[in-house]
Every structure is written in structure tokens, then in C-alpha cells.
Ligand binder design. Structure first.
Ligand SMILES: [Zn+2]
Length: 68
């Protein structure tokens, strides 16, 4: 169980970091958060990207109250 406080997304702060919004259906997010094809040959940079994307998919579900 994640006890961290969920902070609302600040669109201006996200844009300042060069990020753009991506809207997905909950089922797509549930698929994405478990999607990982990394193996022993996967470069660290790609592993990090995979982890970030899956974390954000999970966080989006959590923020929307759709986890579980
Ligand atoms: Zn992966």
C-alpha cells in the first residue's frame, strides 16, 4: 500500500519539464502498467524508460481512484 500523498497534477509544472498530456482508457493503463518486455540484454536506459512509463500508468490509475 502506497501511503504517499497524491499530489494533483500541475499542468504548468509538467509543461515546464517538457512533458505533454496523454489520455488513456483505464483498461489501457492497466495493461500498460504491467507491460514489460525487458530482459537481460535490455540497456539500462531502456529499462529506466520502461519503469518510468509503467510507474506513471500506475500513478494515473491511483490518482483517478481506479486502482485495484
Ligand atoms: Zn521493461
Amino acid at each position: 500500500m502506497d501511503e504517499r500523498r497524491v499530489m494533483p497534477t500541475d499542468p504548468d509544472a509538467e509543461a515546464a519539464q517538457g512533458r505533454v498530456a496523454l489520455w488513456l482508457d483505464p483498461e489501457d493503463l492497466r495493461w500498460l502498467r504491467h507491460r514489460c518486455a525487458c530482459d537481460d540484454d535490455t540497456p539500462d536506459e531502456e529499462r529506466d524508460r520502461c519503469a518510468r512509463v509503467r510507474f506513471r500508468a500506475s500513478a494515473a490509475l491511483h490518482k483517478a481512484g481506479l486502482e485495484g
